[in-house]
Design a protein. Structure first.
Lengths: 165, 433
């Protein structure tokens, strides 16, 4: 079970998740300090380690729209946040699968700050309100990467297979 | 089997006879591009080879382009050091399509690729930049990816697990009215489709407006297709594409345009009547918050920006220079102009546009992304408003989360610079021809 620590609306862009002015910072060890940098209160909580791993951000449609910057994923992954959204933008979705950020696509999700959510097979349960929401499956094309533990590991595997042939 | 352009391109690149939306393919990649974020790609690339006992070599350095544009010249020691690392990597791997910070060969990646003839019709083009969709203007299938995915492509030369996208056919008909531009067409389309309306889909552009449009204008349409969530925008290659590649990009080798089959299957068709379009404005803080100019005319602005991968080409500068020539930028307004490449800057100098801008009071900057994404220069003060020909107006985009950004065409930007408020270019002298 995980607590909702932040709720945001539709079309939250990568500029909001990881402002452009920090883009010269690229290392996954350094990007987490700038997560939601302009949401100063939430950012301060993250930096003070007051947000436990597995905490949930609940978002509307098209979360992660805009830039291809991978920092927008590594910054959230660094805090081991789980994103439950009505929908995700394509590049953000791919980057998340590649880096192992946990995304849950629940088109009808309703939750507010402080709610307790549980993600089970095929649905997410809001334990606070008692409501269940359907979860869309990860496309088959992406599962191999997830099962390998991310795109670096998967590519390495493919590289070694190719070298053997 | 009847196919759309993207289905044909992905079938060819994957060694299949045909392709259909929904299939998963691993296309061979013809061209990949990165900018400053090559620094991160390099990290991930080296990570892939760790423990394999193999030397980290790019699969084919001749298919890799690296262009510095996001923070040029470097604004900080951190960026300068990233630039340096990338330069060293480029030399070590033998990457020839490298565009450093130079007044002649440099510029914004999405202008450098077309103007140097790197992009060909039918090619699969991947870039670590969401506006890689731009290159669909030359009939390629071009889309943005993240840095780790690029590291994977550098290693294997294929894009892994690509789902063939559905295509939306966009038919644009009629003659664009004077001072209404391709930017207004795409803002109108993004407004209609919404910011996620084309998510995981391709926009394929057709119609007599598109046929009559030059490559510069088609780049605007494809550039901003991503603002409707599209994987890519594509204008099927035609006479104009070949003219541009031969005459402007200097390409001499054979070119093979890819056109859709007559009975190709589209997810849906949308039609736009270009003749009825007015100048369009995308209002804060989403690109799909689009209104005809009348709805926001008179709004006070503090900074005007002309440039970017969307609208920093010669015809964009020309229309703005025509409006500004012999006049003055209004008091209390800062106007910044960013030509999209060194080549365009040089042409604008020769044609006198740079002089027109400077004499009007605009600041003409070096080619690059400039203030578009708030990483480098031209940041906004608290509560200020910008009007810009760039492509995004997200909260915080120009470096300040309390500021507002409106998006428009170059003609609207220039007319508004004269008044200090959002102004319909059809109402100012020098506007109408």
């Amino acid at each position: 079970m995980s607590t909702v620590v932040l709720t945001v609306g539709d079309d939250v862009s990568t500029d909001v998740i990881y402002p452009g002015r920090y883009m010269a910072t690229v290392l996954p060890t350094e990007t987490p300090q700038y997560a939601f940098a302009d949401a100063t209160e939430f950012n301060a909580k993250l930096k003070a380690k007051q947000v436990p791993a597995g905490s949930v951000v609940v978002a509307g449609k098209n979360f992660g729209c805009g830039s291809s910057r991978e920092q927008a994923v590594s910054t959230l992954k660094g805090h081991e946040l789980v994103i439950v959204a009505k929908g995700f933008a394509r590049i953000f979705f791919q980057n998340s699968v590649n880096l192992g950020l946990r995304l849950v696509e629940a088109p009808d999700i309703v939750a507010k700050d402080g709610d307790e959510l549980e993600v089970v097979v095929g649905e997410v349960v809001n334990k606070t309100t008692g409501k269940c929401f359907k979860v869309l499956p990860i496309p088959a094309a992406r599962r191999a990467v997830m099962e390998a533990g991310g795109l670096i590991a998967y590519t390495r595997q493919r590289l070694l297979e190719k070298a053997k042939r | 089997m009847a196919m759309t352009v993207v289905e044909k391109i992905l079938a060819r690149a994957s060694g299949r006879a045909s392709g259909k939306a929904g299939e998963v393919v691993e296309p061979a990649v013809d061209l990949v591009m990165s900018h400053e974020n090559a620094a991160l790609v390099i990290n991930q690339f080296l990570e892939i080879f760790k423990g394999t006992g193999m030397e980290a070599r790019i699969w084919d350095p001749s298919k890799v382009a690296i262009i510095f544009d996001h923070r040029v010249p470097a604004e900080s020691p951190k960026t300068a050091t990233n630039h340096k690392r990338v330069r060293e990597f480029v030399a070590k791997q033998g990457i020839a399509k490298f565009h450093d910070i130079r007044g002649d060969l440099g510029g914004i990646c999405h202008q450098i690729l077309p103007e140097n003839g790197y992009v060909r019709p039918g090619a699969v083009v991947l870039g670590t930049d969401s506006h890689t969709t731009s290159h669909g203007a030359l009939g390629a299938f071009a889309f943005g990816i993240g840095a780790t995915e690029m590291a994977s492509v550098w290693t294997l030369g294929v894009a892994l697990n690509i789902e063939v996208p559905q295509t939306i056919r966009v038919v644009v008909k009629g003659k664009l009215p004077d001072l209404v531009s391709p930017k207004d067409v795409i803002l109108h389309i993004v407004g209609r489709l919404t910011a996620e309306g084309a998510n995981f889909r391709v926009l394929e552009f057709h119609g007599d407006t598109i046929q009559a449009m030059n490559t510069s204008g088609r780049l605007v349409l494809c550039n901003m297709s991503v603002e409707a969530g599209a994987t890519s925008g594509i204008v099927p290659a035609d006479e104009e594409t070949l003219r541009y590649l031969r005459e402007e990009a200097g390409v001499t080798d054979p070119l093979t345009p890819v056109t859709p089959d007559r009975d190709a299957v589209y997810e849906r068709v949308i039609e736009v009547d270009a003749a009825k379009l007015e100048p369009q404005i995308a209002c804060p803080h989403t690109v799909d918050n689009v209104k005809p100019i009348g709805a926001v005319a008179g709004t006070k602005v503090h900074q005007i920006v002309i440039g970017s991968c969307t609208n920093g080409r010669l015809d964009d500068l020309e229309v703005a220079a025509r409006i500004l020539k012999g006049k003055k930028v209004a008091k209390d307004v800062r106007m910044l102009v960013f030509p999209a490449s060194g080549r365009i800057y040089a042409q604008a100098l020769l044609k006198g546009f740079v002089g027109d801008f400077v004499q009007a009071g605009a600041v003409v900057m070096n080619p690059g992304c400039g203030p578009c994404l708030g990483v480098h220069e031209g940041a906004l003060g608290d509560g200020e408003t910008a009007l810009s020909t760039t492509n995004r107006n997200f909260k915080g985009r120009m470096g300040n989360p309390t500021a507002e950004v409106y998006l428009c065409s170059p003609a609207v930007a220039a007319a508004s610079a004269l008044t200090g408020t959002i102004t319909d270019p059809r109402t100012v002298a020098g506007g109408a021809r």
